[in-house]
Design a protein around this ligand. Structure first.
Ligand SMILES: [Zn+2]
Length: 172
C-alpha cells in the first residue's frame, strides 16, 4: 500500500516537471548546451545567460556543450510570440520614447532572472498604438504591471492557460 502511494507521488512529480518544461516552450534539450545565436547556456534543466559555460568549465564534470538554438532565439526566428502587450492612448503617442525606454528596461531586468525573456518585435498599430510581442507570457504580464506602476492608466490581462498565451492591454 505504502509503496504504491509513493510510486504514484513520483509519477505526479514527473508529470508536473514535464509540463513545466513544455510550459517554457522547451523540447527535450541535450545538456550542457549553448545557444549558437545568443550564447545562452543550458544545464540542470535551466537556461542561464551567456558566460555560465565558462564558469562550468572549472567544474570537474564539465563537458563541451551541444550547439542548439534556445527557445527565445527560436521564437525570434519564427516570430511566434507567447505574450502580446497592446498599448494605446494619447499619453502613449505623446510619451513614446519614455514608454519604449520603460519596456526595454523592464525586459532587461526580467532577463536577469530568466534569459528567455525577450521582446521579439514591436508592431505599430494604426491610430498611434503599438503591440509588443514577447517570448514569454510572464514578460507580457510584467510589462503590463510596469506600465501601470510607472504611468498609471488602465491595464487588463487575458491569459489562455491552454495555449500558454497572454494578452495585456494598457491604455492611457
Ligand atoms: Zn539564444
Amino acid at each position: 500500500m505504502r509503496s504504491n502511494k509513493r510510486y504514484s507521488n513520483q509519477t505526479i512529480t514527473k508529470r508536473i516537471d514535464h509540463e513545466a518544461g513544455r510550459h517554457r516552450g522547451e523540447r527535450a534539450m541535450p545538456e550542457p548546451a549553448v545557444c549558437e545565436v545568443c550564447g545562452n547556456t543550458y544545464a540542470d534543466r535551466r537556461w542561464s545567460r551567456p558566460g555560465k559555460a565558462v564558469e562550468s568549465a572549472k567544474h570537474p564534470h564539465f563537458r563541451p556543450p551541444h550547439q542548439v538554438v534556445c527557445p527565445a532565439c527560436e521564437a525570434e526566428r519564427s516570430g511566434i510570440a507567447s505574450g502580446y502587450v497592446h498599448l494605446e492612448g494619447h499619453f502613449l503617442t505623446e510619451h513614446l520614447d519614455e514608454v519604449r525606454h520603460l519596456l526595454n528596461n523592464e525586459t532587461a531586468r526580467a532577463a536577469e532572472d530568466n534569459p528567455l525573456c525577450r521582446i521579439i518585435g514591436i508592431d505599430e498599430v494604426a491610430g498611434g498604438g503599438m503591440t509588443v510581442k514577447t517570448t514569454t507570457e510572464h514578460l507580457a504580464k510584467r510589462l503590463g504591471e510596469a506600465l501601470e506602476s510607472a504611468f498609471h492608466g488602465k491595464v487588463s490581462y487575458d491569459f489562455s492557460h491552454e495555449n500558454k498565451l497572454a494578452h495585456v492591454w494598457w491604455s492611457r
